[in-house]
Design a binder for this molecule. Sequence first.
Ligand code: GRF
Length: 204
Amino acid sequence: MKNIGILLSGRGSNFEAIANNVGSGRIRDARIAVVISNTKDAAGIEIARRLGLKAVVIPSKGKEREEHDREVVSALQEHQVDLVCLAGYMRLLSPWFVQQFPRRILNIHPSLLPAFPGLGAQEQAFAYGVKVAGCTVHFVDEELDHGPIIVQQAIEVLDDDDEHTLADRILQREHIAYTEAINIVLQGKYKIVGRRLVTKITVR
Ligand code: GRF
């Protein structure tokens, strides 16, 4: 049984999808050990409480990045977290944090990386006029929205889309893609070659 730790700052729909999929067995042999928010008003922390999960607020306001990261890492360690899932966590992790969980921190981003990293990815994609948009689940490294890609899901941008309808359809795919990526990582049947995650197959 693996322990998942969730970090979030807001709405929490990706977290809720992960929680539902742990509950239904679509994510196997895992439990959510702790949900941590850096803001006390995050809707996601309410969802965690409602689901009866361990919910912790560790405020980041007014703290140095590493000081806050040390508190978060302590909480993750205290709950023996094996896999950290960033789910709308609006903080950059310090290199020190990343090093505490090598290849054990995932993030979801609402674009087909490396296109449109950073904030407002769906709006950026819409304004650019792309015909295909989507989401990416990737390992977290020391750069923003950058580590090796685990899963991507693409959708078509429709002529009558606006920023909101596009963002909504991407979000539906996010909820599926995150579970797929968690299963890949927890099952460990992959290797990373350069930046490429490939399924481990024995070559004769
Ligand atoms: C999602 O679009 C995710 O890709 C991005 O932040 C948003 C979080 O949404 N990193 P939610 O809090 O999971 O609903």
